[in-house]
Write a protein that binds this ligand. Structure first.
Ligand SMILES: Nc1nc2c(ncn2[C@@H]2O[C@H](COP(=O)(O)OP(=O)(O)OP(=O)(O)O)[C@@H](O)[C@H]2O)c(=O)[nH]1
Length: 268
C-alpha cells in the first residue's frame, strides 16, 4: 500500500509509515493539538521536493536518572525486545530508525545516554544538535521526576533556545495500577507544562505507547526540520511564493530521485 509508493530507498516497515499527524498522549500537556501537518510541509512532501524534505535525519537525545528505563525504551522501539536484567549504559549509545512520513523517507538518530553521575560528562558531550529531547523518569519512583528539570537544563544548555521539541516521559507504566498512575501523572503533567514539554506514559515491558511516542517525536521533529529548511531557503531568497501560496523552489525535481540511504540503519 503506502510503502509501495515510497520513492526513495528500501521499504520501511509499515509500523514506521506515518501518513497522518500522530496524536498527543494527553491534551493537557501537548506540544501541538492540531491533527494535520503544516500546509507548507504537506505541499513540500507532495511535490517530493528533495531539496527540502529529502533524506532528512533528526537527532533525539534521551536523558534521565539511572535505572529509569532509557535503554529499555529505545530497545523496545528499535528492536522490539525487553530485557529484565539491568546493564548500565556506559557513556552513550545510539540507534537509527527509519520512517516514511507523508510519503518521504526520514530517520531518527536516537541517542541513549548514561544516567550514572560518573558518566555524565561523557554523555553531555553528545547533547548538541538535538531536535528532540526526551527527559525520562520512572513513574513508580517520584524522586526521578524531581530530577528531570536538572536533566533538561543540562541538555538545553548545549542546544539553541527553542530548537528542540521537549518530551517528558514516564516509564514503567506496567508497575502501577490505573489509579496510582493517574495520581503520578497529575504532578508530571504540571511539570511538563512548566518545562514546555509534551507528556507521555509508556511501558517498555509491555510496549504500551512506545511506538506512538516515537511516531509523535518523529512527526514533530520532521515538521520542525522541514519548516526550518523552508525558512532558511526563503531567507536566502531562493523561494518564490506563488499566488496560491504554493511554494516553488529552485532545483525542485518533479519526480522523486533514488537516494543513497544511510549505510547502517535499523528498520523497525
Ligand atoms: N517493569 C518494568 N521494568 C522496566 C521497564 N523499563 C525498564 N525496566 C527495567 O528497569 C531496569 C533499568 O532499565 P534500563 O533501561 O537499563 O535503565 P537506564 O535508564 O537505561 O539506566 P542507565 O543506563 O544506567 O542510565 C532494568 O532492569 C529494566 O528491565 C518497564 O517498562 N517496566
Amino acid at each position: 500500500m503506502r510503502a509501495s509508493l515510497k520513492p526513495w530507498g528500501p521499504p520501511v516497515s509499515r509500523d514506521c509509515v506515518i501518513t497522518s499527524f500522530p496524536k498527543w498522549y494527553t491534551p493537557e500537556a501537548s506540544l501541538q493539538l492540531k491533527e494535520h501537518f503544516h500546509e507548507k510541509v504537506s505541499a513540500a512532501c507532495e511535490r517530493r521536493d528533495t531539496g527540502t524534505v529529502g533524506l532528512r535525519l533528526s537527532k533525539v537525545v534521551v536523558v534521565g536518572d539511572l535505572y529509569v528505563g532509557k535503554t529499555s525504551l529505545i530497545h523496545r522501539f528499535c528492536k522490539n525486545v525487553f530485557d529484565r536484567d539491568y546493564k548500565a549504559t556506559i557513556g552513550v549509545d545510539f540507534e537509527i530508525e527509519r520512517f516514511e512520513i507523508a510519503g518521504v523517507p526520514y530517520s531518527l538518530q536516537i541517542w541513549d545516554t548514561a544516567g550514572q553521575e560518573k558518566f555524565k560528562c561523557i554523555a553531555s558531550a553528545y547533547y548538541r544538535g538535538a531536535q528532540a529531547i526526551i527527559t525520562a523518569f520512572d513513574l513508580s519512583d517520584v524522586q526521578t521526576l524531581d530530577h528531570t528539570r536538572q536533566w533538561l537544563e543540562d541538555a538545553l544548555r548545549e542546544n539553541e533556545p527553542g530548537a528542540s521539541a521537549i518530551f517528558l516521559v514516564g516509564t514503567k507504566k506496567d508497575l502501577l495500577s490505573g489509579a496510582a498512575c493517574a495520581q503520578a501523572e497529575v504532578e508530571a503533567v504540571r511539570l511538563a507544562n512548566e518545562m514546555h514539554a509534551e507528556y507521555w506514559a509508556v511501558s517498555a515491558k509491555t510496549g504500551e505507547n512506545v511506538r506512538a511516542l516515537f511516531s509523535r517525536v518523529a512527526a514533530l521533529a520532521f515538521e520542525q526540520s522541514v519548516l526550518q529548511e523552508l525558512e532558511r531557503r526563503r531567507s536566502n531568497g531562493r523561494l518564490q511564493v506563488g499566488d496560491a501560496g504554493l511554494i516553488r523552489m529552485e532545483g525542485t525535481l518533479p519526480e522523486a530521485k533514488e537516494s543513497q540511504g544511510p549505510s547502517s540503519q535499523n528498520c523497525c
